[in-house]
Design a protein around this ligand. Sequence first.
Ligand SMILES: NC(=O)c1ccc[n+]([C@@H]2O[C@H](COP(=O)([O-])OP(=O)(O)OC[C@H]3O[C@@H](n4cnc5c(N)ncnc54)[C@H](O)[C@@H]3O)[C@@H](O)[C@H]2O)c1
Length: 313
Amino acid sequence: MHVLITGGRGFLGARLARRLREAGHRVTLFDTHQAQARADVSGMETVTGDICDFHAVLDAVDAASPDVIVHAAAIVGGVLSMEQPAATVHVNVAGTVHVLEAMRLRGVPRAFMISSEECYGSFGYEPADEAHPLVPATPYGITKVAAEWYTGYYRRRFGVEMVNVRTSWVYGAGMPRLRFETKLILDALTTGVALSETGADHRIDYTHVDDFVDGLLRLIEAPRLDHQAYNISSGRAVRLGDLAELIAANIPGARIEVGNGLLEFAPGFPAPVKGALSIERARREVGYQPRISLEEGMRRYVDDLRRASSVVS
Ligand SMILES: NC(=O)c1ccc[n+]([C@@H]2O[C@H](COP(=O)([O-])OP(=O)(O)OC[C@H]3O[C@@H](n4cnc5c(N)ncnc54)[C@H](O)[C@@H]3O)[C@@H](O)[C@H]2O)c1
């Protein structure tokens, strides 16, 4: 199978590319010229372009003639989307429409968009399954829901198949953002002290990148899929206060403290209340089963960051 990955040099795109190659598939990466590869993609075919430029997307599809597209290019995360609300719409919504249009014009049979639990906003129940109402709380979540609605429109109107793969907080080597856990670990490794004023009571479904990639690969290789949306996560939520203790256990001597309460995306603006996602649909249809415990995954992640920051602790 030949897979074109938009955002292919990014954290999830590059890791998926490597797994696809190991599984014997051909891969072409599409990303901007500024993108730094978040995993080893040496030797892979790469097309440079901007997802906001429709002709660049169409040229990439023409050059690769892919059997499958994985659409991972995006401006990622609630905080970044609040800093760049209009750019987030251009990249996440118009970019997705460009991929859908190219699929329609060139007859690409199937695609997968990496979507997010942010589509659900604050969880109304738990575990949140794919039927949970879509009530996004941030510009990022709003763009992901809008992009998903475009996939629905293109499917109904033109028979274009882009499946939405909703995931949670994916972590592991190469994570490009200073998210809660990454900041705690780096602060603890570099200064011996990591403090967060709030967040201990927030609960997050953390998914190790290798598990996410495994789930996505299973969906890609499935001969047929019965649904348009799949949650791929660990299926379990951890309190961030407990996560901090787990991290501290891997950094002897470090002082890590997280204040009570929920996380805030900005002062006075709480992050949506989360929890576990239901992964039953993916488990049932493609046999997805996360394998890396949070304890093991965080131990590996601390080791990765320790090596990357060359800190001996
Ligand atoms: N990592 C997570 O925890 C997580 C959780 C839920 C959903 N997602 C989704 O997964 C996908 C990949 O995220 P990631 O964590 O790998 O982030 P990332 O930032 O590492 O990857 C995004 C990639 O998109 C590229 N990109 C951005 N703007 C572009 C443009 N205008 N044209 C072409 N390429 C562009 C970037 O250069 C980057 O390589 C995104 O769609 C994101 O919304 C990620």
